[in-house]
Design a protein around this ligand. Structure first.
Ligand SMILES: NC(=O)c1ccc[n+]([C@@H]2O[C@H](COP(=O)([O-])OP(=O)(O)OC[C@H]3O[C@@H](n4cnc5c(N)ncnc54)[C@H](OP(=O)(O)O)[C@@H]3O)[C@@H](O)[C@H]2O)c1
Length: 229
């Protein structure tokens, strides 16, 4: 599956490396083509090293390139939005002609937990601007988690909630989650993406304050729903 990433920063680096290593052709994009090309070469080299370590006999050609916002959106059978909130509207204006009706994976968050604005849901704005089939995903964990191969905590693969309406886009998102060794978790429709955005702001606020956000939730057996049908 060809993946066009809007972004050439940390998230593009972490996720692009994983997906390219799993055999998906990737195009990243940023504001400066030379800088994005250098970043694409880094991602390509990282992905090739990963492949060599994981399966030396089966390593295949790793395809990572750089382009403009519009070129990355055109390249992708799925388009991943991984830019800072400050640049989001400008980037989407440039990329939107190639995003209509495509699966669009939105990993973005508010610039800072105290800048989260519940009256401006990001995923819905991306859908309205582009006409893409948006799925919110990958926004709850720090980028270093997405570099892990695979992200496993206490012996349990990380579950990644997905919120989106389009079945094909949800399938594409599940494939991308599985490519990281994580477990896709159906989080409901796009109307629930804003809850993921709020959750990110809340837990990031806890983490910034030095609290272990994972400690605030009980296991399923103590959730009060266990055993209900
Ligand atoms: N880092 C994390 O731990 C993490 C985790 C989950 C979600 N996220 C979300 O993922 C998105 C990307 O995060 P990141 O860590 O990859 O950020 P980053 O490393 O700072 O990269 C940001 C990307 O946005 C682009 N951009 C476009 N317009 C911009 C503007 N006006 N100001 C700043 N950047 C602009 C940058 O372009 P250039 O390449 O030209 O600089 C760059 O490619 C953000 O929405 C963030 O909230 C981040």
């Amino acid at each position: 599956m060809r993946i066009g990433i809007l972004g050439a920063g940390n998230m593009a680096d972490a996720l692009g490396t994983q997906w390219a290593g799993a055999g998906h052709p990737v195009m990243i994009s940023g504001r400066d083509l030379d800088r994005s090309a250098a970043q694409a070469e880094r991602v390509r080299a990282q992905a090739a090293r990963r492949q060599l370590v994981a399966a030396p006999a089966a390593s295949a050609e790793v395809d990572v390139r750089a382009g403009t916002w519009a070129e990355a959106a055109g390249f992708g059978e799925v388009v991943v939005v991984a830019v800072r909130e400050a640049g989001l509207v400008d980037v989407l204006q440039a990329a939107r002609p190639s995003m209509r009706d495509k699966p669009v994976i939105d990993v973005t968050n508010a610039a800072a937990p105290d800048r989260y604005d519940p009256t401006r849901p990001i995923a819905r704005m991306i859908r309205d601007l582009t006409g893409g089939h948006v799925v919110k995903a990958f926004n709850l964990c720090h980028v270093d988690v997405w570099r892990m191969t695979p992200p496993v905590f206490d012996g349990r693969p990380l579950a990644v909630p997905l919120c989106g309406d389009d079945p094909g886009a949800m399938d594409a998102a599940r494939t991308l989650v599985a490519g990281l060794g994580c477990t896709p978790l159906d989080g409901g429709g796009l109307d629930r993406a804003m809850q993921l955005e709020a959750t990110a702001a809340f837990v990031i606020g806890l983490w910034f304050g030095g609290a272990d956000a994972q400690a605030v939730l009980p296991p399923l057996a103590s959730s009060g729903t266990h055993g209900r049908t």
